[in-house]
Ligand binder design. Structure first.
Ligand code: GLA
Length: 339
């Protein structure tokens, strides 16, 4: 079932919030195709809202730290905002030090999407014009959110009229204890990744390293907070986890809260996932007050700065080609044996 409500107004336009229900209740608004809430049944037979979110359009844009939004054209950082494609050097907006971050100053997270509904699927479409933020090509993005049997499927469809870069993701911050809990350090996490990308001081990925024997080893389920305080230069740079993990399976991650017994499984066709532990959060706005480490993100994507790396697929979208990618967030309530 899908219901629709007026959420707010932005840029002279009405912004609607749609709630899609089938086991879980997912609320998405047309500004930034932003996920505002995901309510999941917990072990007390109540609904727990497991994502951080804002309550009005202005905060979504100005104070939301990309919470729940679709980001792009290119998620994550591109070093110096520069890359070369077909022998042409492109200069993108530098909105994070020297780097280009999450599509630039005006990315898809700030666009008002057109919406249509079909059964339990919400389809949202927006356009990024040729040259926007330095990217080539008129690019049309369609994001389809479908909820079925407690699973949220996010599908990305895109096309451009010139060769360009494209690497979208969703920037939801999760706390399986509930969005108002304040800390994700006792949420458990398992990542199917035996390597991660180290970062430089500007948080741009450098070397691909084995997770073995490091705080980045999430191959077996452990609390996010178990190793986050270790004396490790990589954790120091980012103030916690803000790193790309190199996935070895479509089943990217499992997260679990012993407080609610909510389990989240993440599946994706992407090769990378950015684990970000909300190290920069400091907001006093939103459904609750969100401080440092009150949410964690699992942003599925091509490796960050892939266009400037030689060891991975590059997010090049050729003129006229159809881009497709999907990520699923699947929920259940089950007590796990965490030993
Ligand atoms: C990403 C980045 C972080 C931070 C957040 C937004 O996930 O990796 O470093 O910029 O977005 O606050």
């Amino acid at each position: 079932m899908i219901t629709k409500k007026l959420f707010d107004q932005y840029d002279g336009k009405d912004i609607y919030a749609y709630t899609i229900s089938d086991g879980i209740e997912v609320t998405v608004c047309t500004l930034g195709a932003t996920v505002l809430a995901i309510k999941v049944p917990n072990s007390s037979d109540e609904m727990t809202d497991v994502v951080l979110g804002m309550t009005n359009a202005r905060d979504v844009i100005e104070k939301g730290d990309y919470m729940g939004a679709v980001v792009g054209r290119c998620a994550n950082r591109i070093a110096n905002g520069r890359f070369t494609l077909n022998g042409v050097e492109y200069f993108l907006a530098q909105n994070n030090g020297n780097a280009h971050l999450h599509g630039g100053i005006v990315g898809f997270n700030q666009k008002v999407f057109d919406a249509s509904v079909d059964g339990n699927a919400l389809t949202l479409t927006a356009i990024s014009p040729d040259g926007e933020e330095g990217y080539s090509g008129n690019l049309t993005l369609t994001v389809r959110y479908t909820v079925h049997d407690s699973t949220l499927k996010i599908e990305y469809f895109a096309q451009s009229d010139k060769d360009t870069l494209f690497n979208p993701t969703n920037h939801a911050y999760f706390n399986l204890n509930g969005e108002n809990d304040g800390s994700i350090l006792d949420n458990y996490l398992q990542l199917n990744a035996s390597h991660y990308l180290q970062i430089d001081k500007d948080l741009i990925p450098t070397t691909r390293c084995p997770v073995d024997g490091t705080p980045f080893d999430f191959r077996t389920l452990k609390p996010i907070g178990r190793d986050i305080g270790q004396d490790d230069p990589q954790l120091d740079i980012a103030g916690g986890y803000d790193h790309n993990f190199c996935l070895t399976a479509h089943h990217a991650a499992l997260a679990y809260s012993p407080k609610t017994d909510i389990v989240m499984n993440v599946f994706t066709d992407m090769k990378g996932v950015q684990l970000y532990t909300g190290n920069f959060l400091s907001g006093n706005v939103g459904k609750s007050k969100y401080g440092k480490r009150s949410g964690f993100c699992l942003e599925t994507q091509f490796y960050p700065n892939a266009i400037n790396r030689d060891d991975c697929d590059k997010p090049i979208l050729k003129a006229g080609e159809k881009f497709y990618s999907r990520t699923l967030f699947s929920f259940l309530c089950k007590k796990l044996n965490i030993g």
